[in-house]
Write a protein that binds this ligand. Structure first.
Ligand SMILES: Nc1nc(=O)c2c([nH]1)NC[C@@H]1CN(c3ccc(C(=O)N[C@@H](CCC(=O)O)C(=O)O)cc3)CN21
Ligand SMILES: CC(C)C(=O)C(=O)O
Ligand SMILES: [Mg+2]
Length: 270
């Protein structure tokens, strides 16, 4: 097994090789990631949607994040873990932001991810970084702004938006971010950001020219029966395997072919 990576190792990968990140939310999935070559695990606030069934990520709390994060840490102690700071866990004031980031770090995160760039995000990024908490910045389609965007819509379509995203990523790099995540932006923008920054970029629906890629577990494995974004590549179709397995199990019960003699316990002969 390769050595565990930390924020400075990710920075050093820029221009050397690309890197991979996948979300995981539970112990068993994390165990599987721990046995793979994946570089980074994201305990994303997308768990509010794919694990808890919410319509968006706005309901997720720090306490919920901690439950999933601790489970993932137990399954994959050998992997770098980034944890999302959920909605309202960092926006209210800097004291809150530090306290909540600290909770995630104490629960096993190796870095935290923060959405956006407007006040007070640069200051929070600077403060956390200077305290020793690596910060991954998240720009573009920031799902915690879904109500303001009016849906999960591609961001940065106009020249103005593009300039904003490029300027914001430079600002966040200056404030100490170790990586900038770009979600659902045209690849012309993410390519420019990637060239402008010394720190690596990571993309989801941000095209080809970023330094790393991230996908949601349920999307890339084909477990999610809901509509998935256009940028997802399904590496498996586990959903069909699960439904078929459940149906065969059901049928075996109705046919009385499960359990078999061998699958039952028997009285010991005395
Ligand atoms: N399962 C899952 N996968 C994700 O990648 C994901 C989540 N959930 N939840 C939080 C955010 C939301 N994300 C999303 C969700 C939808 C689109 C999407 O459908 N975009 C449309 C374009 C819509 C438009 O621009 O009008 C697309 O066709 O891809 C993009 C990002 C990414 N994140
Ligand atoms: C989609 C990724 C980037 C994320 O923030 C999450 O999983 O919450
Ligand atoms: Mg998130």
């Amino acid at each position: 097994m390769d050595k565990k990576l930390y924020a400075p190792d990710i920075i050093k990968l820029k221009g050397v090789r690309k890197f991979s990140m996948v979300t995981a939310y539970d112990y068993t999935s994390a165990l599987l990631v721990s046995m793979s070559d994946i570089d980074i695990i994201l305990v994303g606030d997308s768990l509010g949607m794919v694990m808890l069934g919410h319509e968006n990520t706005l309901n997720v709390t720090v306490d919920e994040m901690l439950i999933f994060l601790k489970a993932v840490k137990k399954g994959a102690p050998n992997k770098m873990i980034v944890a999302d700071m959920p909605f309202l866990s960092y926006q209210i004031d800097i004291k809150d932001a530090i306290e909540n980031a600290g909770k995630l770090i104490k629960a096993g995160a190796d870095a935290v991810k923060i959405e956006g760039f407007e006040f007070p995000i640069p200051e929070i990024t600077k403060r956390l970084s200077s305290m020793g908490i690596p910060v991954m910045s998240h720009l573009g389609l920031t799902p915690q702004h879904v109500l303001k965007f009016g849906g999960f819509k591609v961001q940065g379509n106009t020249k103005e938006d593009a300039d904003k995203i490029i300027g914001a990523s430079k600002e966040l790099e200056e404030q100490g971010a170790f990586c900038v995540l770009l979600e659902a932006v045209p690849e012309e923008i993410s390519e420019m950001v990637t060239k402008e920054l010394q720190i690596p970029t990571i993309g989801i629906g941000a095209g080809r020219f970023v330094d790393g890629q991230v996908l949601v577990w349920q999307d890339l494995l084909g477990i999610n029966p809901n509509r998935v974004p256009k940028f997802v590549r399904k590496y498996a179709n586990i959903k069909d395997i699960i439904i078929d397995s459940l149906n065969r199990y059901h049928l075996d019960i109705l046919n009385s072919t499960f359990p078999s003699y061998e699958e039952a316990h028997h009285l010991k002969r005395v």
